[in-house]
Design a protein around this ligand. Sequence first.
Ligand code: ZN
Length: 195
Amino acid sequence: MNVRNKILLFGVLMVLLFPRNAFSQSAEERGLRLLSKGKYFTLYGPTNLNISGILSKLDFDYTSQFDTLYEKDSTDLTDILAKTIDSIYLESADILDIHVYSFEGNIKFLFNQNDVEIVFKDYFKQSLGERSFYIADNKTIYISYEDLTLGMLAHEIAHAIMSAYFVVPPPTKVQEVLAGYVEYTLRKKSGNLSK
Ligand SMILES: [Zn+2]
């Protein structure tokens, strides 16, 4: 097969494999910038979103997972954010006892629930009524910065881990129970059961 035919075939395959607008981003997504990149997640957020705000909302000590690997006294906030998210990923994986070390996904922080709703509607043409969600197709967590908690993020990370691990996805209800368990365990551990 010559090169031109190969390119043509590739194009046809892409259209067949990704017929819907799974990768055409909404205006909300296009306005995001790269915040940081860790081992498991690349993080995006609006230009004026402040990283220390995310860190204080998560209030998670990343050294619980990376004790021996990293110095705690890093002052680079983007670096601390990446390690914090990686650490929450590993902690969630430990709770589920599902370890997908090759996982690489995205987290897109949006300002508030309304922005999360807009992105969800763009993809699925229906309303969500939640402050966060995960799309397995593009391995992306969408989450409201305004409502952000450690439990919420861990819940979505649990969905990401499960969808990367199971060849045949468990029923939605089973996934929700497991994601809820991860959320509960992390909230309990950080003393935030009331949130
Ligand atoms: Zn869920």
